[in-house]
Design a protein around this ligand. Structure first.
Ligand code: NAP
Length: 455
């Protein structure tokens, strides 16, 4: 895949980049290693000052960064601005809390003193996707750098300017040279970089094939990995639910980022009693959404990030209909417009053997199912290979308890929108990956949990 900015709204190639040569990669690895030797010894107060400065820069130049994201991957400008603000938030969160998260933890044993000490590992590689070009990187970088590690970013090939801007932010914030570097390389170089002795661990957010490939390379070299992969999150609505709230949250969840969100609700599982009413409202709201230029404030849905993503989504919807599913609205690309636009789409009556039941639809497409009771709802929700997050809407506390304990997911949200929050861990189970980002769990992924015993 070429490293280039290709505007998904127009199809125009704006700028192309030469990938780094092997010699340039070698130089950057050396720089990262050298930087770590000094950087790991710095006090938290110093790192915290730089991290807060990074937050200040993000807030100061939010419009510039937001426009870059919209240009490169097509998210609406208003959502891109919110993304930059959230990045500032995660920087401030770890600037404030990292020292406490990394503090020694005493343990009472037969020693005169015994405790756990958290220490950074060294150079950490992050392989990141294009869908939240800033947020995905900052939620890795803020805890990783605050822990005393140094970071190397291999960003998705379609967001190179975002990748370069992020390095600039950390440099301007004052982090020493080599503490955070962007590597403009294709995915073909990832294996070699992971295998390099100087790289101690890696994290990847992206598709299952990419996760498998990185995990295999890391496994061969006995290195730790965190994987944040795909999802097909269920959104369950029981008959007792606050229907208007569930409905508007369902639309928001499915349509965030033009449908290209790992934790978007993708399968809507409705109790028979409320299914008719919910579906009528769902179709109406989908048809009111404004698809168009993501730079305009009135736009709800921008283009999909690349022509390949559009093509894949079109194929998935067509195959689902061919398998016997019913199309309630949408179901086609906006071919009358340049760019990668796809209409908000709802599919229902999806046959039991349809491949769609096991797939992730990475775009503005909702799959709707009806169930007779909570047992069926939970069984259907758990029937995919994914396990990222799940939402359930109910006001019955016994149902609430069952959803919390029985849904197979890294997160369960009751009566609310699934979203990441620096204060809560984020990650999946099953084929959605392993490991956690954010919160105290996130900062502990890339540390040596050192046992200390003294007599
Ligand atoms: P992708 O193709 O897997 O790309 C993600 C990153 O992995 C890119 O930097 C890509 O580089 C790299 N990559 C691709 N193949 C690789 C390989 N074989 N070895 C090493 N690196 C490789 O993912 P995508 O399709 O762009 O992104 C959408 C997917 O990400 C969806 O499945 C979505 O659910 C998931 N996602 C998950 C989370 C989460 O937190 N769980 C968050 C966001 C997105 P190139 O661009 O150079 O190919």
């Amino acid at each position: 895949m070429a490293i280039a900015t290709i505007n998904p709204t127009t199809g125009e190639t704006v700028k192309t980049f030469e990938p780094l040569t092997d010699a340039a990669i070698e130089t950057k690895l050396g720089l990262a290693q050298t930087a770590f030797k000094q950087y790991q010894r710095l006090p938290f107060e110093q790192r915290s000052i730089w991290m807060q400065k990074a937050a200040d820069i993000l807030e100061r130049d939010r419009e510039i960064y937001a426009k870059m994201m919209t240009l490169e991957m097509g998210k609406t400008l208003k959502s891109a601005i919110a993304e930059v603000e959230k990045c500032a938030l995660v920087c401030r969160y770890y600037a404030k809390n990292a020292a406490q998260f990394m503090a020694d933890v005493p343990a009472s044993t037969d020693a005169s003193s015994s405790f756990v000490r958290y220490q950074p590992l060294g150079v950490i590689l992050a392989v990141m996707p294009w869908n939240f070009p800033f947020w995905q990187v900052f939620r890795f970088a803020a805890p990783t750098l605050m822990a005393g590690n140094v970071g190397l970013l291999k960003h998705a090939s379609n967001v190179p300017q975002c990748a370069l801007k992020i390095e600039e932010i950390f440099t301007e914030a004052g982090f020493p040279e080599g503490v955070f570097q962007t590597l403009l390389v294709g995915s073909d170089k990832v294996g070699k970089i992971v295998a390099d002795d100087r790289v101690k661990a890696a994290t990847l957010t992206g598709s299952e094939p990419a996760g498998e490939s990185l995990a295999a390379q890391a496994g061969k070299n006995l290195k730790k990995v965190v994987l944040e992969l795909g999802g097909s999150d269920p959104f369950i609505v029981m008959s007792s639910a606050d229907l208007p709230a569930a409905l508007s949250t369902a639309v928001t969840s499915r349509m965030l980022n033009s449908g290209q969100t790992c934790v978007a609700a993708k399968r809507f599982i409705l109790a028979e009693e409320i299914a008719e009413e919910f579906i009528a409202g769902f179709v109406e709201k989908f048809e009111q959404l404004k698809v168009g230029d993501p730079m305009l404030p009135e736009t709800d849905i921008g283009p999909l990030a690349t022509p390949a993503i559009l093509k894949e989504l079109e194929n998935q919807v067509q195959a689902c209909i061919a398998s016997g599913a019913k199309l309630l609205t949408g179901g086609r690309a906006l071919s009358e417009k340049a760019g990668n636009f796809y209409l908000p789409t709802i599919l229902t009556d999806i046959p039991l053997d349809a491949a769609a039941r096991q797939q992730e639809f990475f775009g503005p497409v909702a799959l709707v199912f009806r169930v007779a009771n909570i047992d069926e709802a939970i069984e259907l929700a758990n029937s995919t290979s994914f396990g990222l997050a799940a939402t359930a809407w109910t006001t019955v506390s016994s149902e609430c308890d069952r959803f919390i304990s029985e849904l197979e997911a890294g997160a369960v949200f009751i009566n609310g929108l699934v979203k990441s929050d620096p204060r809560l861990p984020f990650g999946g189970i099953k084929r959605s990956g392993y490991g956690r980002e954010l919160s105290i769990q996130g900062i502990h992924e890339f540390v040596n949990i050192k046992t200390v015993w003294v007599k």
